[in-house]
Design a protein around this ligand. Structure first.
Ligand code: KG4
Ligand code: ZN
Length: 352
């Protein structure tokens, strides 16, 4: 096993060779991930080599350290997912990798490896948008992709997208400044909590009072579907000097109140978008979709509004390659193939 591997491999019990299997790599930030998915969207294997421990020491991701670690992990991961699925390189129909958005030096490792495998095996290469991976992840292991209004909430992005079908997307709104996950992480850093801060705030908030501090719900009442989270950070900064962070009750109250402010805006805008565009289904993905309060509030609100809600499973919420393999399988079925000259793009848009 590769050092630092996290998560249990998903095994394909019968080891029957599928008609078509896509091997995907994801190295857009600090996780090296590999997965294999059948053409009809069944995940045969998925593994992640996390670098969270390494980057915790610096309080955030250092790009060069991340890419050096991708180099160390990527080849063993390919072998491990092939072993988990009971397949060899010859059984793979196409090789895919995330080509953006993300850190250039990290994206290059996964795409170079996938292209090299595609050339060596004389199979097609597919470049996959990281955001499309998140966007379709709620459908992994379940129903076929249906029209929906989708919220992607990760460390780098916060956006509402209208999904008409796989590959047919309309951007409804996005953040003007910080992403929701970034707001969690930056506030957590101010509170002295370790990186990544979102899960830490989620845990501490369970002991706190969400009404203890009245933090701003910026743009919540505005008609647009845009977000802004940078003001929240400043409000927390101003509130801090008057409070003792060593007092666990104060810390928990701060966490619960910040979390409530973020969750309120996300839920309100998503539900309003679903009603505006008359969609019955809402989906949520990205690392922040693991947040317990977000999941709880969204389920309650959607039940009250008679909306169906589909959340990415926790293992497919934070960055993983299963979602990239799944998105690649959808694209492959639509006839998509990428040229080997396809470059990485740190700001690759979901909708051109
Ligand atoms: O999707 P992701 O793994 O990576 C990006 O594409 O950015 O998202 C990572 C983000 C981080 O900001 C992390 O703090 C946040 O997701 N996150 C959470 C929770 N789990 C992860 N935020 C709030 N509550 C959580 N439980
Ligand atoms: Zn992501």
């Amino acid at each position: 096993m590769t050092q630092g591997l996290e998560g249990n491999p998903i095994r394909h019990s019968s080891f029957v060779i599928p008609h078509s299997a896509i091997l995907a790599l994801k190295t857009s930030c600090d996780e090296t991930a590999a997965a294999i998915c059948t053409a009809d969207g069944v995940i045969l294997a998925s593994r992640i080599a996390s670098q969270a421990e390494i980057h915790r020491k610096t309080g955030g991701v250092v790009p060069e350290i991340a890419s050096r670690n991708h180099v160390l992990h990527v080849r063993p991961l390919v072998e491990e997912v092939l072993g988990d699925a009971g397949l060899s390189l010859k059984d793979i129909t196409a090789f895919a990798a995330t080509s953006g958005p993300g850190l250039v030096s990290s994206l290059l490792i996964g795409t170079s490896m996938a292209k090299a495998l595609a050339v060596a095996e004389k199979k097609p290469f597919l470049a996959v948008n990281h955001m499309e991976g998140h966007l379709l992840s709620p459908f992994i292991g379940g129903s076929t992709i249906r029209p929906n209004i989708s919220l992607i909430v990760s460390g780098g992005h916060t956006m509402i997208v209208r999904v008409r079908a796989a590959g047919d997307y309309q951007l409804i709104g996005r953040t003007r400044d910080d992403a929701a996950g970034e707001a969690f992480d930056k506030v957590a850093k101010m509170l002295g909590l370790p990186y990544p801060g979102g899960p830490e705030i989620d845990k501490l908030a369970r002991e706190g009072d969400p009404a203890a501090f009245d933090f701003p719900r910026t743009m919540m009442r505005e008609k647009s579907f845009e977000f802004s989270f940078s003001g929240l950070k400043t409000s927390v900064l101003y509130a801090l000097p008057a409070h003792d962070l060593k007092d666990r009750r104060v810390l928990a109250n701060l966490c619960a109140s910040v979390q409530e402010a973020i969750v309120d805006v996300l839920v309100e805008k998503l539900v309003r978008a679903a009603k505006t565009f008359r969609e019955q289904l809402v989906t949520v993905s990205g690392g922040v979709s693991c947040n317990r309060r977000l999941r709880e509030k969204l389920s309650d609100r959607c039940a009250a509004e008679k909306l169906e809600v589909l959340l990415a499973s926790p293992e497919h919420s934070t960055d993983n390659a299963a979602m990239i393999a799944f998105a690649a399988a959808q694209r492959f079925a639509l006839g998509a193939r990428s040229p080997l000259e396809a470059d990485v793009d740190p700001n690759l848009p979901l909708v051109a």
